[in-house]
Write a protein that binds this ligand. Structure first.
Ligand SMILES: [Mg+2]
Length: 380
């Protein structure tokens, strides 16, 4: 799969920031499917070893650590929230078609309130200012989503705060001072929301700031979404970094994220990946180190399956680092390069495939105008 010759889409909108933007879907879906399915596989690979020291991982899994998906590969909050992000991107595209305004961050806030509801918060305590009697749309109708799989406390409490106050958190009005990786690990689909990488950076940072108020929490999300944006267009990872770093360094508080990127690139250039080298980058619990570990793992090998195993075998937040690595290597190499038995087995594969197909329909030449579609993807 070489460089993709990008074609401009048929529509032009103005978003909430006053930017004109084009929405264009990739000419084939193998990279987008790879990105989302790869993320879910990474999440499931790390789900049972999150924050366990490697000595314990070796005891449980043998001297090579985690080498395969468990028999029942369950995803966690990382994939759940990524699916709600993707849903928000689709719904905001529907909104733009109907009203001329995408309002992605507002639509995403509502999506995350629905995710909060799946985490055992009653709807009347999760919905915030919404007047809906029930959460709407197709995604939340999946009973399998209604499972608490180690949801991040920062995300949960920030969304509960929004439900109580109705005040949306922003970069300038932060909800907390958290630099946790929960902002970055969910934003891969924001890559689809605009043609311009600088706009994608800003949208992803705004997304993460809904729950994470420290620059390392939201700027890592900006970088990550731009990397995905570039990889989906057929660029290599280093070329993608050349696009993602300039908007980062223009932002106040970018130093930790930039240091993590630099360290990941330097370590990857040494080849010979090891647990010790991954752990040199940190524990992945915060946005800057999660990005660094995902990036290192994707850079140090040309095999996406090997990259996933590198990104999951360390003593830190292994499901988030592997989920982010899976997003990167899936977009870089395409779904065909990921182990078929993993693709076959991972939870929510059918939901991902359906949403990718729906995105193609929504952004295609004959976008639906039927009520059924607006019930599936309400424009809010
Ligand atoms: Mg998780």
């Amino acid at each position: 799969m070489g460089e993709i010759n990008w074609t401009w889409g048929p529509r032009r909108w103005t978003d909430a920031r006053g930017h004109d933007f084009f929405v264009v879907r990739p000419p084939d879906d193998r990279r987008l499917r790879g990105c989302l399915i790869g993320g879910a596989i990474g999440d499931a690979l790390g789900a049972n070893t999150e924050n366990l020291p490697m000595e314990v991982v070796y005891e449980r899994h043998g001297p090579a650590g985690v080498t395969d998906l468990p028999a029942k590969p369950d995803i966690t909050d990382d994939t759940q929230m990524t699916l709600f992000t993707f849903e928000a991107v689709i719904r905001s595209h529907v909104r733009a078609r109907l009203t001329g305004r995408a309002d992605l961050t507002d639509v995403t806030q509502n999506a995350y309130q629905r995710w909060l509801h799946t985490q055992k918060t009653p709807w009347d305590k999760a919905r915030g200012p919404s007047t809906l009697d029930e959460p709407d749309g197709w995604l939340v109708s999946h009973a399998d989503l209604f499972r608490r799989r180690a949801p991040g406390l920062t995300c949960t409490s920030a969304l509960q705060e929004y439900a109580r106050t109705g005040a949306q958190a922003t970069i300038t009005k932060p909800v907390n001072n958290s630099k946790g990786c929960g902002g970055a690990m969910r934003v891969a689909p924001v890559a689809l929301a605009d043609h311009d990488p600088a706009v994608v950076f800003a949208l992803a940072a705004d997304n993460a700031a809904l729950t994470h108020g420290h620059p390392s929490g939201y700027l890592s999300a900006g970088v990550f979404a731009v990397l995905v944006h570039q990889l989906l267009r057929g660029r290599g990872l280093l070329a993608a970094l050349d696009v993602a770093v300039p908007p980062l360094v223009r932002c106040e508080g970018h130093e930790e994220v930039l240091a993590g990127i630099d360290q990941a690139v330097e370590l990857a250039a040494l080849r010979d990946p090891s647990v010790a080298r991954v752990e040199q980058l940190g524990r992945g619990g915060v946005g800057d180190t999660a990005l660094a570990i995902a990036l290192y793992s994707a850079l140090v090998t040309d095999d996406p399956n090997h990259a996933l195993l590198i990104s999951v075998n360390h003593g830190g937040d292994s499901d988030s680092t592997a989920s982010m690595c899976g997003n990167l290597v899936g977009a870089l190499h395409g779904v065909d390069r990921i182990r078929p038995d993993w693709v076959e087995r991972v939870q929510f594969r059918d939901v991902i495939d359906r949403m990718v197909a729906d995105w193609a329909v929504e952004t295609g030449p004959a976008a639906p105008m039927a009520q059924e579609w607006f019930t599936r993807y309400p424009p809010s």
